[in-house]
Design a protein around this ligand. Structure first.
Ligand code: GDP
Ligand code: MG
Length: 447
């Protein structure tokens, strides 16, 4: 290799470092190799000014990984991504941080039998180039490849404070504390920590500690920047920290960048055209592959000639929530909405079991559903089918969802991006005997 000439403002050590970090960026050298070189330079190290070392560390790529409490579903996880993207943006003000996307899998709701549903990369559900237009992200397998192996230096398990809020007073704080819950990581014979790591069994971790945290995501930035020198840091239970600014400009930028993967959008569009007489052109929906170019005025989108319904069942009915309707109650509402909106087609997205589905079809014969064949399902997975359902609901002329379902919330956001009149979006079913049936909040899009 030809060594570039040293620029006069760099001392020899800085010069070497400069070459090394450029090699990392160009993916010629793994950060591990650099670490080894740095170790070899240890003797001369002491002679380098502190300021230079700080500068050097800042110029190294660093990886932020994260995971979420296992029982949490797909759509809350999408929300946690927004919090982490925001944290990485803050971190990037002082260093070359990259967000590593936690592979999908082992979600409680993804129960379709006989299909492989772990280690699913984000690219199967979302457009990676779109995500990258917001913040640098890589898949976990890319992290393994470029960081030298399935090896995470530091896991920080986030938790609440054992003592709760002191004196009932809310304040933002973060401290290393003893672990409150049983640790989901254990040491192997070599002294490395092993854990779930998204089904990548060979992943090892050097150090696991617990961190009590109370506050917004970017509150963790100073600690990650100054107190931790590891190249790769994973935040487990990342849902513990809150949004930096819920529904602000940064929130919406990240949300807009979460474009569904193209094959899922295409399948959704084909279904709309074939069964619902709905195309973007007829529906007056302006769309662009590049999310940064979509700035539709609220009220500009007309939507396809059908009523979109998200009817959440399963765990939402098992604990007899009073804000969730009976099937009969839901059908009654759907029929009255069809009359009011003069729409004769209804698209239903639901997680209802077979028995409830049969009942629903009996009471509402005009309903349409996206029903994947087994082959489709094997290809798309439960997550892909859920996204197609969301996509079709997002294009309906009028939408009604289920109370406090993050699945419905994500549809609201999608419709907000497409430019629907809020009245056609922020609607939900009421429980059969619910007294005050408050409708969902309109979180206005910010550009
Ligand atoms: N295909 C499909 N899946 C659904 C629907 N409703 C719920 N699900 C499944 O159930 C999960 C619900 O969990 P989650 O995403 O956490 O949303 P929430 O529990 O409603 O807030 C989804 O991720 C889907 O896997 C639906 O209408 N269509
Ligand atoms: Mg859930």
């Amino acid at each position: 290799m030809d060594w570039p000439a040293r620029s006069p403002d760099l001392n020899p050590i800085e010069h070497i470092w400069d070459i090394m970090s450029r090699s990392i960026h160009q993916r010629h050298v793994a950060p591990q190799t650099v670490q080894e070189l740095a170790d070899a330079l240890d003797q001369v190290w002491e002679k380098i000014p502190q300021e230079t070392i700080r500068h050097l560390i800042r110029s190294m790529p660093r990886y932020l990984l994260y995971d979420v409490n296992p029982p949490e579903g797909f759509n809350l996880r999408r929300d946690v991504y927004i919090r982490m993207a925001s944290l990485v943006k803050t971190l990037r003000r002082h260093g070359d941080w990259v967000l590593v996307l936690p592979p999908w899998g082992r979600l409680y709701h993804w129960q379709s039998p006989d299909i492989h549903q772990t280690r699913i990369p984000w690219g199967e559900f979302f457009s990676l180039t779109s995500l990258q237009g917001n913040v640098p992200v890589i898949e976990y397998e890319e992290f393994i490849a470029e960081s030298g192996g399935p090896f995470i230096e530091q896991v920080l398990v986030l938790q609440n404070y054992a003592e709760g809020w002191t004196d009932g007073k809310w304040e933002e704080k973060v401290n290393e504390r003893p672990c409150v819950e049983r640790l989901m990581y254990s040491k192997d014979k070599q002294g490395y920590y092993r854990g779930w790591f998204w089904g990548y069994e060979e992943t090892r971790c050097v150090n696991v500690t617990c961190l009590s945290a109370q506050g917004h995501a970017s509150m963790l930035a100073p600690l990650l920047q100054n107190n931790i020198t590891s190249t790769s840091v994973m935040l487990d239970r990342a849902e513990t920290v809150l949004h930096d600014h819920y529904a602000g400009k940064d929130y919406w930028n990240t949300r807009r960048s979460m474009v569904f993967a193209k094959h899922l959008r295409l399948l959704g569009d084909e279904f709309r055209a074939k069964y619902l007489n709905s195309t973007d052109e007829q529906d007056q929906i302006v769309y662009n592959e590049d999310w940064t170019l979509i700035k539709n005025k609220l009220g500009s989108a007309r939507g396809g000639p059908y009523l979109g319904v998200h009817l959440r069942r399963k765990d939402f009915i098992w604990d007899h929530r009073e804000d969730v309707p009976s099937l009969k109650g839901a059908v009654k509402k759907i029929m009255s909405l069809m009359k009011k909106t003069k729409l004769d087609r209804v698209f239903v997205a639901t997680d209802a079991d077979d028995e409830e589905l049969a009942e629903l079809k009996r009471m509402l014969p005009e309903m349409t559903r996206f029903e994947p064949t087994w082959e489709d399902l094997e290809l798309l997975k439960d997550g892909g089918v859920a996204i197609i359902d969301q996509w079709i609901c997002a294009h309906a002329r009028f939408f009604i969802g289920t109370s406090v379902s993050t699945f419905s919330f994500r549809i609201h956001e999608e419709r907000e991006i497409l430019g629907f009149e809020p009245k056609t979006t922020y609607n939900r079913f009421c429980g059969d005997s619910e007294k005050e049936c408050e409708q969902p909040t309109h979180w206005k899009i910010v550009y």
